[in-house]
Design a protein around this ligand. Structure first.
Ligand SMILES: *Cc1c(COP(=O)(O)O)cnc(C)c1O
Length: 460
């Protein structure tokens, strides 16, 4: 007897069956309906494809058990932990900075009990939210004052709204950046209610371009970090000190959107040539804005540091209330910042910086230990690799690294990469020259067991 579409039951009448009505009692009408729809859609698709599927007994206990299993599976939250073996240390789509145990502990503690969050223990009166993290930012950058908000985009939006709304902002054409995830500086300026005055050319902007653009409407000179691109060749821009002098003479605010602000001199470690926040402030920039979860290595946050009178205006602005950070973030940020102070060593204790600073030989040892634990039909080779910081920090800079390269007869690199993503703890690599590379620099030593088990699962 041929099964046809007409043999598929209507969900609303099916749900009256005793076995399924019991599930509605136990779970919910919506969940049972959804699970039934998935089952029946599968049968419908098979029939439309010309197949003859076996129809279950829709009122049986066995069928109800299948539906219940679907509901339970949908209620179980997926484990979201993955191994970042992409070689991009700060990967925005993989959650950016890995937090230090101290930061995780601080966040858990803050979430668990009551906090002196906006409460001064000495006076018993209301205190400043985020005071600990802000004080640490000042200590580490030499800033007069600091303020923490939800992310760097929020920091820029708040600063421009509070200081330039209804007036104009001068920015160089070479710095009107777009970074991933729909952050476009011209759009943020427009959102703040300020008018953008572009000056200079894509590759060169002179101090005189800024000078000529300043008028009675001007409130802010805005510099921004190129983040994810570099212009090389015939280029030029005024120095920060030159812009600072102009800002002082004309009573303007000089602010800089740094994106991935760094607090320690990585150039001294042979790790890039990025200026540190303290030097930028010392050169006369009034306010800098940077992220908590990029090279700083903390939770998602936007930090504003600089002149106390300006920070006070931002703190008093109604928009601050909408952009402020929660207590767990503030606790994790403060704990991360403490890792920059003795007896800690940030290059050892802040995971993002530790990844950056790990010697290549150590990465090679990690790769060898993994390969030694896996046998089977997948070809594994340890190879030199080039990792990147990511998230708009040091875009032109390759970090010397080591990767495990995978190849398998009769399976494409795409299929291998997909299989690794399907592991119990998904392992995310990158594809290069027909092989899947698992880059060690973006992993931690504690990722090794998950990588080994994902590779073993590939080798039946
Ligand atoms: C990354 C970046 C931002 C956005 O930072 P979020 O913390 O993601 O909001 C803003 N400006 C620049 C220059 C950046 O590189």
């Amino acid at each position: 007897m041929n099964v046809t579409l007409r043999d598929l039951p209507q969900i609303q009448s099916l749900i009256q069956a005793k076995t399924l009505a019991a599930l509605v009692e136990r779970y919910s009408h919506a969940e049972v309906t959804d699970a039934l729809r998935t089952q029946i859609q599968g049968l419908r698709d098979a029939l439309l494809a010309g197949e003859q599927p076996d129809l279950p007994d829709f009122t049986s206990g066995a069928f109800a058990a299948t539906i219940e299993a679907t509901i339970v599976a949908r209620r179980t939250p997926p484990s979201s932990g993955v191994v970042n073996a992409t070689g991009i240390l700060i990967h925005t789509n993989l959650g950016r900075a890995r937090l230090a145990p101290e930061a995780l502990h601080a966040a858990a503690e803050a979430g668990e009990g009551a906090q002196a969050l906006e409460f001064d223990l000495e006076t018993g009166k209301r205190g400043a939210r985020g005071a600990a993290a802000e004080q640490l930012v000042c200590q580490l950058t030499g800033a007069e004052a600091a303020l923490v908000v939800n992310n760097c985009a929020a920091a820029v939006l708040l600063a421009l709204t509070a200081l330039a709304r209804g007036r104009s902002v001068i920015a160089s054409r070479g710095e009107l950046i777009e970074i991933g995830g729909s952050y476009r500086l011209p759009d943020v300026i427009a959102q703040s209610g300020a008018q953008l005055r572009e000056v200079g050319a894509t590759n060169r902007t002179r101090l005189s371009d800024y000078v000529q653009a300043v008028d009675a409407e001007t409130a802010v000179l805005l510099k921004s970090h190129a983040s994810n691109f570099r212009i090389v060749g015939f280029t030029g821009a005024p120095t920060r000190s030159e812009l600072a002098t102009l800002a002082r003479e004309r009573d303007l605010v000089l602010m800089e959107d740094l994106g991935s602000g760094i607090l320690i001199d990585l150039a001294a470690q042979g790790l890039g040539d990025e200026p540190v926040v303290a030097d930028i402030l010392r050169s006369g920039v009034d306010l800098v804005m940077f992220s908590g979860d990029k090279l700083l290595g903390g939770p998602q946050a936007g930090i504003i540091a600089g002149r106390a009178d300006l920070v006070a205006r931002l703190r008093a602005h109604p928009m601050f209330r909408a952009l402020r950070s929660d207590k767990m973030t503030l606790a994790a940020l403060a704990a991360t910042l403490r890792l920059y102070l003795p007896p800690h060593d940030p290059l050892r204790d802040v995971p993002v910086l530790a990844m950056l600073a790990t010697p290549v030989a150590e990465l090679r040892t990690r790769a060898e230990a993994i390969v030694a634990q896996v046998e089977g039909p997948v070809e594994l080779e340890i190879t030199d690799s080039a990792a990147q910081v990511g998230a708009g920090a040091m875009p032109e800079r390759d970090l010397q690294s080591v990767a495990i390269a995978l190849r398998r007869e009769g399976q494409s690199a795409d299929a291998l990469a997909a299989a690794l993503r399907g592991a119990q703890t998904p392992v995310i690599g990158r594809i290069h020259a027909g092989r899947v590379l698992l880059d060690m620099r973006s992993t931690a030593p504690s990722d090794t067991p998950a990588i080994v088990s994902a590779l073993r699962a590939l080798c039946p």
